[in-house]
Design a protein around this ligand. Structure first.
Ligand code: ZN
Length: 979
């Protein structure tokens, strides 16, 4: 067995270097593997690792999550559970596709198709684990115990196969459907995104708001409807104007322009700011309905005359219609409607024209999509054909062109620069378009009640997320768009015949049976080639792939290739006892885990559970972390160089300091943390250097020849400080266990600093003399036991330093992480004593402050101190003795008054004896300083030449300083000790 080398604790430590040494020790001893092995048959505690995308290096957020994912499993392991810990990689989806597109200079989807899907997917696969080695290094360096060798990968065939199984189970339950809806699409990626992907990408942007004039037909030729929009590029697709029938509208005349306008009465002053106008009349919106207007752009005016189209539809085109969603919050109270570009627009278009009832021919004409899926104007929009409507680098450019066109035709009423929140692609940052398209959906709305119910059984940390951020999101749950018009992902397991029949496939085996072909790979370039022939019909594979969030949500099943393999392992680990990620995952991984588990396990009159468990979420306890920003409150940015790299921090202060800093911050309670390097430095100094000095004290003064105390056998402890320390330890442990059992990592980790402080500045300081004496057996035993037990208690939080402590005190060399978590030893807890000690500390602080104010140094003994209020321990001789010693007084007098504010008065009169004792103490201090300067060790005995000292204290001085006093006789020689 390798052993950690013994340390000389009198030297200043290099914590980072020590940690590297400990990592090597763990590796040599296979401590992680051993810790699993020794719990093989123990009770299971299941943990799921949320798969990160390996498209970049780990940042502080990842590190903090990894620290939590290390702490809780370490704790549970020490408590006797078996905690399987296997890493995962998210391999598919837009993040990696975008990287490859950039690398190969493929500027859009068409370019990928020209390049070849097979070659593109190969490039993705080759790149996907580029950073895996760097991750391994960093994750290991922070001390995390995790199996990365056997990591599951979402691109594995076994994983993808289980994703198909999940899809098919939902499909069988009737929870999967295809529909044409208005969704957000990324024009650059040419794919729809799910609503939770969209919520991740809102940014404040500048846009142009425009008020356009729509000329009323059959009138005097100078009356217009004013309509306001922030998406001028949708104007060529205009089909209707909408008014609210219940609101008041006015017709006003503009003197300057000799024109008349309709708009909502309540918006009048806002729209006509600084302009002269006269109200001609007021009407209800209802009265405007049915009025026809001249379309601004000529591209689709011929539809009105197209005899192939139903006459009712043609009559409605380019007219004013009623809509309740029209409000007075902004604009003119008249809304321009382009049914293919907005959810309200789509609903109104559908209710007027019944797109879904039209035959394909009529629908293709009437459902105007003047912009294609890649975000460019179509050929029919002759003046702008091919232009990107919202280019990523120049998002306003096209709106400017449209505005120019309006101005030229004298149809521009006003334009204005505005700032608003606009959604962008979470991967490529392009502005999204609201676009009607076809997609496959999970009908989440059908089991919203079940989602809410299963959420109630989850323990959220912090608790407010349950009914707040997560609960609200569930309550508003929309159907989930799960198909992506992309390449590198798990393909939809659907094959379709010419006449629309579908076959859903659940596994590679099933596909082999159906197609008669060997299936080695489930990626798109392979399965697109597979045809299924059934009952004389040919079924072709649908081209879309699944949302990568569907894949990560399927992780509980897919990591085990369930149900095709590992049934027992799956059942043992489902649902997870514990998961932890960033709070943004309430709309990401937490959500998709919850949706899929709820859908699969639903069991009621309508549904049967697909699992062995019914009506459950995928996890029982979840911790949400917050964001980590730079110290200036901005996002950490390489460009701004506003933060230190994690490796730099690890090298400077060690992983334990970073762990303690992050884990004790409110960021583990989903709050935002501004990273302060100084605070990591402070933790190193305030905690680890003090802890180090405690070990130095132990090494120097404690008697290490006694057996360790077996605390679990109740012992009579004689000294009050030892009894207090054991009680303090027990109380600490009870709190710590309570916090960790409830996943309150912040409160748990915050217990370390005050305990180390008490140990150092209270227990050790007061016990110094005892340790130097011969009768230090009990003190040494208690001290060693408390050092050991507290190291075990804190081991899951700061695994390196506690290992060091444990190795120093336990010569057999077994890792602390293979030890059992200490039992709570109630019989040492003495709450009364702890309360009395707290009071005593207060009195000491008060006394010291008082000494300072009367300017009598502490080493000068005084006759007495009088406290105005009697302490609860005033009859306790042991505690009174400590108080006397701490305040250096001969007597303590207690007042009777029942005062609110505590006060103290010293008797400052010095008797000859007191004065002599003060002088003796001063000499002791001078000799000790002198010894220190000369570099003498504690047991080096020397002589000191002094002219004079108080005779009655000779022994005291000689004992305390291990020095022989000699009367200096040489005339003119000064004392050979200096202050
Ligand atoms: Zn995109």
């Amino acid at each position: 067995m390798t052993k950690l080398k013994s340390k000389d604790f009198r030297k200043t430590p290099n914590l980072a270097q020590l940690e590297e040494e400990i990592l090597q020790f763990w590796e040599d001893e296979q401590v992680f593997e051993q810790s699993l092995k020794q719990r093989e048959n123990a009770e299971n505690f299941s943990f799921y690792d949320g798969p990160p995308f390996a498209t970049g290096l780990p940042h502080y957020g990842h590190l903090m999550q990894s620290m939590i994912k290390d702490l809780i499993p370490r704790y549970q392991t020490m408590k006797g559970k078996y905690v399987r810990r296997v890493w995962g990689w998210d391999c598919h989806g837009l993040p990696i596709e975008n990287l490859i597109e950039k690398g190969l200079n493929l500027k859009d989807k068409q370019a990928i198709e020209d390049f070849g899907v097979a070659a593109f997917n190969q490039a993705c696969q080759a790149r996907v684990l580029t950073y895996a080695k760097d991750w391994e290094k960093t994750i290991k360096r922070i001390g995390r115990f995790i199996d990365m060798k056997n990591a599951y990968k979402t691109m594995d065939k076994t994983y993808m196969e289980s994703v198909w199984w999940v899809f098919k189970e939902l499909y069988k339950k009737g929870l999967i459907y295809q529909s044409h809806k208005v969704m957000h699409i990324c024009p650059r990626c040419s794919t729809p995104l799910s609503n939770f992907e969209v919520t991740q990408g809102y940014q404040e942007v500048k846009d142009l708001a425009v008020t356009a004039k729509f000329k009323l037909l059959n009138d005097d030729g100078n009356t217009y409807f004013l309509s306001w929009t922030t998406t001028a590029w949708t104007l060529p697709g205009n089909m209707f104007l909408a008014v609210n029938p219940d609101l008041d509208y006015v017709l006003v005349e503009s003197k300057a322009k000799n024109e008349k306008y309709y708009l909502a009465k309540a918006r009048l002053t806002e729209v006509f700011v600084d302009q002269d106008y006269q109200v001609i009349r007021t009407v209800k919106g209802q009265e405007l309905i049915g009025l026809n207007y001249q379309p601004i752009f000529p591209y689709f005016t011929n539809l009105k005359e197209d005899l192939d189209l139903p006459i009712e539809a043609r009559k409605l085109l380019f007219s004013v219609q009623a809509a309740q969603f029209v409000n007075l919050d902004e604009g003119t109270g008249i809304v321009h409607i382009a049914p293919a570009f907005g959810e309200d627009d789509y609903q109104l278009g559908e209710s007027l024209l019944n797109f879904s009832q039209l035959d394909n021919h009529a629908k293709s004409k009437l459902f105007i999509q003047h912009v294609d899926f890649s975000g460019r104007f179509i050929e029919a929009v002759t003046d702008f054909a091919g232009m990107e409507v919202k280019a990523k680098d120049q998002p306003q450019a096209t709106d400017v062109e449209i505005i120019r066109y309006l101005a030229k035709k004298d149809l521009l009423f006003a334009k204005k620069q505005i700032t608003h929140s606009y959604p962008h692609c979470w991967r490529c940052d392009s502005p999204l378009l609201n676009y009607a398209t076809s997609s496959w959906f999970v009908e989440v709305s059908a089991f919203k009640e079940e989602l809410l119910k299963n959420n109630q059984a989850i323990n959220w940390q912090p608790a407010h997320i349950k009914d707040g951020r997560f609960g609200n999101w569930l309550a508003e749950a929309r159907d989930w768009a799960i198909s992506r018009n992309r390449f590198w992902g798990t393909p939809l397991p659907l094959w379709q015949s010419e006449d629309g029949d579908l076959i859903c496939v659940a596994s590679a085996d099933e596909l082999e049976k159906l197609s008669g072909q060997k299936i080695n790979n489930l990626h798109k370039e392979f399965v697109d080639e597979i045809l299924i022939e059934k009952d004389g019909k040919i079924y072709r594979h649908l081209p879309e792939v699944l949302d990568c969030w569907f894949e990560s949500g399927a992780m509980p099943y897919a990591q085990f290739n369930y149900p095709f393999a590992n049934q027992e392992l799956f059942e043992k680990n489902f649902p997870a006892n514990f998961i932890s990620e960033g709070q943004d995952q309430t709309r990401g991984w937490f959500y998709t885990l919850h949706v899929l588990a709820t859908a699969l396990s639903m069991s009621n009159d309508k549904f049967e559970s697909s699992l062995n468990k019914a009506n459950t979420s995928a996890f029982e306890n979840v911790m949400c972390t917050g964001l980590i920003m730079a110290s200036d409150g901005k996002k950490m940015s390489k460009r701004l160089n506003n933060y230190p790299e994690p490796q730099v921090i690890l090298d400077k202060y060690g992983a334990d300091s970073l762990r303690l800093y992050l884990l004790s911050s409110a960021a583990v309670k989903a709050e935002t943390l501004n990273f302060e390097e100084q605070e990591v430095a402070d933790i190193r100094r305030r905690i680890f250097l003090i802890w180090w000095n405690i070990l130095a004290f132990y090494q120097t003064f404690a008697d290490q020849n006694f057996d360790k105390l077996d605390l679990e056998q109740e012992k009579e402890i004689s000294h009050v400080l030892d009894r207090w320390l054991l009680s303090r330890l027990t109380t600490l442990q009870k709190k710590l266990v309570n916090y960790l059992d409830n996943f309150d990592v912040m409160r748990a980790t915050r217990l370390i600093a005050p305990f180390i402080n008490d140990l150092s500045t209270w227990y050790l300081r007061l016990s110094r003399e005892r340790f130097k004496n011969d009768d230090s057996k009990e003190a040494s035993q208690v001290f060693a036991s408390v050092l050991t037990v507290s190291a075990q208690l804190f081991a899951p939080i700061v695994p390196f330093f506690t290992e060091l402590v444990y190795q120093q005190l336990n010569k057999e060399g077994k890792s602390i992480h293979l030890s059992d978590y200490p039992k709570i030893l109630d019989f040492y807890q003495d709450k009364k004593l702890e309360a009395e000690m707290r009071e005593l500390k207060q009195l000491v602080e008060l006394g010291h402050a008082q000494r300072k104010s009367v300017q009598v140094p502490l080493r000068q003994p005084l006759a007495s101190i009088t406290f105005n209020k009697a302490a609860s321990f005033k009859n306790n001789t042991e505690l009174s003795a400590i108080l006397k010693q701490e305040l250096n007084v001969k007597e303590i007098l207690w007042g009777q008054e029942n005062e609110k504010d505590l006060s103290a008065v010293f008797d400052l009169e010095l008797s000859a004896d007191l004065e002599a004792e003060g002088t003796a103490r001063q000499i002791v201090r001078r000799i000790q300083n002198w010894r220190k300067k000369a570099g003498l060790k504690v047991d080096d005995k020397v002589s000191a030449y002094l002219k004079t000292w108080p005779n009655q204290f000779t022994n005291m001085i000689e004992e305390k300083t291990n020095t022989q006093l000699i009367r200096a006789k040489i005339e003119g020689l000064k004392d050979q000790v200096e202050d």
